[in-house]
Design a protein around this ligand. Sequence first.
Ligand SMILES: Nc1ncnc2c1ncn2[C@@H]1O[C@H](COP(=O)(O)OP(=O)(O)OP(=O)(O)O)[C@@H](O)[C@H]1O
Ligand SMILES: [Mg+2]
Length: 348
Amino acid sequence: MFKQKNLSPKQLAALTALLLSSLIALSIFMLFSNAKLCITYFVVSFIIIYLLMDQMLEFFIYRKIKLIYKLISQTKATKRVEAYQKYILPKKGIDDVREDVEEWATQKFKEIQVLQSNEAFRKEFLQNLSHEIKTPIFAVQGYLELLGDGAMEDPIAGPKFIKQAQANVQRLVQLVNDVDSITNLEINKDPILKQSFVIQDLISEAVNNLSVKWIKKNIQFQFKKGSESPTYVFADKNKIYQVIVNILSNAAKYGKIDGQVLASVYNMEDDRVLIEIGDDGIGIDEEHLPRLFERFYRTDDARAREIGGTGLGLAICKHIIEAHGETIHVRSKVNVGTTLGFTLASKA
Ligand SMILES: Nc1ncnc2c1ncn2[C@@H]1O[C@H](COP(=O)(O)OP(=O)(O)OP(=O)(O)O)[C@@H](O)[C@H]1O
Ligand SMILES: [Mg+2]
């Protein structure tokens, strides 16, 4: 009749009343051998014991359990919670309550883990940011001091130090702009405004605007054979331009002299277009690939050579592509080259 492990308080009260009143009825029968008296005692004692037990369980156990439920639901009991406590909770066995509390504890544990990792992430972000800001600010401070101490009068050192200070201020401006872009993307302040455009035209425009950097290294750009025919994509043109510029400037920064950059555009089956931009530069060691899209992440190579920027470029690209609901990936081999690829929808 009763599931042994999972008795509700009413069932428990009924079971106890049944056992005790049977004992009482049996004793009465043995003492007086009167069946009628025995049944009367059984019924009366069953009712009294049942009511007593029920009240006691309610008072000593279930009120406390209700309190626990109130605490774990944290808020003032809503109508739904109130109804739950009134009608469903009394039918629950202690095991069900234990399961509920365990489920609540697991959920809280997960929430705490997320908070802890967010906290660690925030600390690391601030650390990186202050480090990135410190370097150019101290450099500017140094150059200004040198200029103030007399270098200004020096016809060679004077203009050189001013140029260096300007370059460092430019780096700061770039850093602030990049952090701003990432934050805006994260808080959805900068919504994705999609339109239809030809991806090859946008790539060519970005290549032309970057050509000064490229000329220095004599890097040649071309579309892969079969990728030239105009392909429409449906995306945020300005933001995708930013992605392409980031990838192309990396190809210039980390590309070799007289190198080649190849762009490929593939129509995929599911109304998607895959765009890949590959260089034949220094490449990236396999160990760095999983972290490449993290903010401020730079390979040792980029740090050592002092050619790297702030390490925000690819993080911004990832944010933009993911905000489109698409994916970005990287393939690379040291001294062979690097290919960045991302997908876009071909139509609305
Ligand atoms: N084409 C590439 N070839 C070799 N290494 C690359 C290439 N693209 C990116 N990397 C490596 O990945 C790192 C992260 O790239 P990312 O564009 O995010 O930062 P960055 O170029 O250093 O700085 P930023 O783009 O913010 O000016 C770079 O520092 C570099 O080490
Ligand atoms: Mg970059």
